[in-house]
Design a protein around this ligand. Sequence first.
Ligand SMILES: Cc1ncc(COP(=O)(O)O)c(C=O)c1O
Length: 462
Amino acid sequence: MADPLHNEFPPESLEARDLQHLLHPTTNLKQHHEVGPVVHERAEGVYLWDNHGKKYLEGMAGLWCTALGYGERELVEAATKQLEKLSYSQLFGSKTNEPSILLAEKLKAMVPFDAGRVFFGLSGSDANDTQIKLMWYYNNAIGRPEKKKIISRLRGYHGVTVASGSLTGLTPFHKHFDLPIPQVLHTDCPYYYREARGSETEQDFVDRIVGNLEQLIVQEGPETIAAFIAEPVMGAGGVIVPPPGYYRKVQEVLRKYDIFFIDDEVICGFGRTGEAFGAQTFDIEPTTMSLAKAITSAYLPLSAVLIPEFMYEPFVEASGEIGTFGHGFTYSGHPVCAAVGLRNLELMEERSVFAHAATVGEFFQNRLREFADHPLVGDTRGVGLLGAIELVADKETKEPFDADRGVGAYLMNRCEANGVILRALGDTLAFCPPLIISTDQVDELFAKAETALNETLSWVSR
Ligand SMILES: Cc1ncc(COP(=O)(O)O)c(C=O)c1O
């Protein structure tokens, strides 16, 4: 496609060739053809450089994933060693490999619930897709074939495959894709700042939305509902931290109707919330868990689904009757990804990364709250090393900006111009730095974000 809007890039530049050849995921393609790409060239620790030598502080850990930062030699060595020893092996048909076994053992020992079995994939999306399939397989195998629906939440993000994209509760991931599929239902988002009514307290709000969840279950018939899925803190939906008591109430309802809790720890897992898992921060008792991203600090793709032994047992009998357990990927248990995952988790322990993240997280949250007084900021929220500020046209009334003005996108661009990578989710600016960030670097991050915010205020005022 010719790019009439964009002719300032020399034809042989990476930018021009990107514009010619790539279909970019989760990108406003129209805007992309107007402004062109940013080419990332190299990275070290919490810093990243583009192909023009511009340095950025990485405030988003890539896509919420580079927990140990960039250029970690130990992980390069773990990958190299495994590539030289056994570059590939499968888990199909009873084959196995040492890194997958060791990593499964390690994960079972780390998670805060009684996990029995670990299934490996490559992405958060395939993990959540697998979750749905395992719920269906389990309920068929134990003779409750009608118990199949999955309840997810509006604004939740669980991936983009046909099934996981259906769990995602954000319109751009459904529109024109004919999603969601009918087995997926959506309930309220625990977004007190925007969705509380009138003078509703946090407690009233929780009672109302959990009441709505129960109503949905009763309307649909509890015998038709297999599971509820949630990210402990919603990430891509706007960094939504639920009010106190929310998960306790949700779990009371789920237990009452024998509905499983799928805990999507793809962002929250491995230290992000100040504890090892979001489940611990929010008193969630998962039935099953999805892991990805920080499981390898994004050095290689890997995901894991952890299920209790009682779910696994019926799979054994059923697969014997059918002839195979017919689910798995070529790269399930890829030995190089597993070796990197294992070394990554060992390094997190050896270097007390979760404790570091918790300590720096407190400093980070205090710095984040300082934005509360800024004229553009309606809400600041977060936990651990995860946070967000929400921009509003009017602090008193919480009136948002007209979406067409693109205020969040403008702020994100000013952040980049000032040398910090942050992500606009609508008019909410998300922060999710690598867990290894120091307090000085947190100061640098917020100083740059503040400059960008003030520049945005001048622009908005004009
Ligand atoms: C909570 C959560 N679940 C699932 C996913 C999907 O992961 P992936 O992009 O690896 O498919 C994401 C991605 O951001 C996520 O944040």
